[in-house]
Write a protein that binds this ligand. Structure first.
Ligand SMILES: [Zn+2]
Length: 248
């Protein structure tokens, strides 16, 4: 690490559990972000400022005026631009050392296999169950840690699926693919802006902890109620009947 890097990351390096070694691990790591919306924006901001080495961001959309209330990578003059292009400009200004790979596409199962295989940690910042399940399947297949976040109205959730461990539950253990979970159209629902910021930042935090080798939050579903500002923590066990991970 050069002098400038030692200064830029000094507040991490001062943490005994982090140190130069943790920062180096972060700098060697590759994070995959699926979705650059309300969760993906703050997650990408903190991963970039923290010094992640490489980040792949996939999102098919263009910036819309309705995004600006919470999608903090974008500016008023970003409206109409592809999200990944506007994201790249903001992130590069914050930390030009981060290698950014941007994909303006909705990633299908086949793409995800390749993308997940190349990543050290995956952040699911998407807004639909089809993508969430496809991301989960790829993470199970390649035994990659998955940091999942969701936020709608005044409710949010966060969970780390550390699929490097065989005994870890996967997303489908919690929400089975064939389950009766009602798909909520995030694109037309209200959501409290700072809550998406909080959850996205926590996703970045968990991803950083994973690659730096600090602490462990896996196997617990964290549920946040913004109205009462209360957190609940629920242990989630691996489902031995899970259609996705039980056979691995
Ligand atoms: Zn499972």
């Amino acid at each position: 690490m050069n002098d400038e890097q030692l200064l830029r990351y000094s507040r991490h390096i001062l943490l005994a559990e982090f140190g130069v070694e943790g920062q180096r691990r972060l700098g060697d790591a590759h994070a995959l972000l699926i979705g650059a919306g309300g969760l993906g924006c703050p997650a990408a901001l903190y991963l970039a400022s923290s010094g992640i080495g490489r980040m792949t961001i996939a999102d098919p959309d263009k910036v819309d005026l309705t995004n600006l209330q919470r999608q903090v990578l974008y500016r008023t003059d970003s409206v109409g631009r592809p999200k990944v292009d506007a994201a790249r400009a903001t992130l590069a200004a914050i930390n030009p050392e981060v290698e950014l790979i941007t994909l303006q596409q909705r990633v299908a199962a086949e793409d995800l296999r390749t993308l997940v295989a190349a990543a050290d940690v995956v952040l699911d910042c998407s807004d639909n169950f089809a993508t969430r399940h496809a991301v989960n399947r790829a993470c199970v297949e390649h035994a990659k840690p998955l940091v999942s976040g969701a936020a709608i109205r005044f409710d949010a959730q966060l969970m780390v699926f550390d699929l490097r461990k065989r005994e870890a539950p996967c997303y489908s253990c919690l929400f089975p693919e064939e389950g009766e979970v009602e798909e909520v159209q995030c694109s037309v629902m209200g959501v409290l802006a700072p809550m998406t910021g909080a959850i996205g930042a926590l996703q970045a935090m968990e991803a950083i902890k994973i690659v730096a080798g600090i602490g462990d939050t896996s196997g617990r579903l964290l549920l946040f109620d913004a109205k009462s500002s209360e957190w609940r923590s629920v242990r989630v066990a691996k489902d031995p009947q899970c259609a996705v991970c039980s056979s691995r």
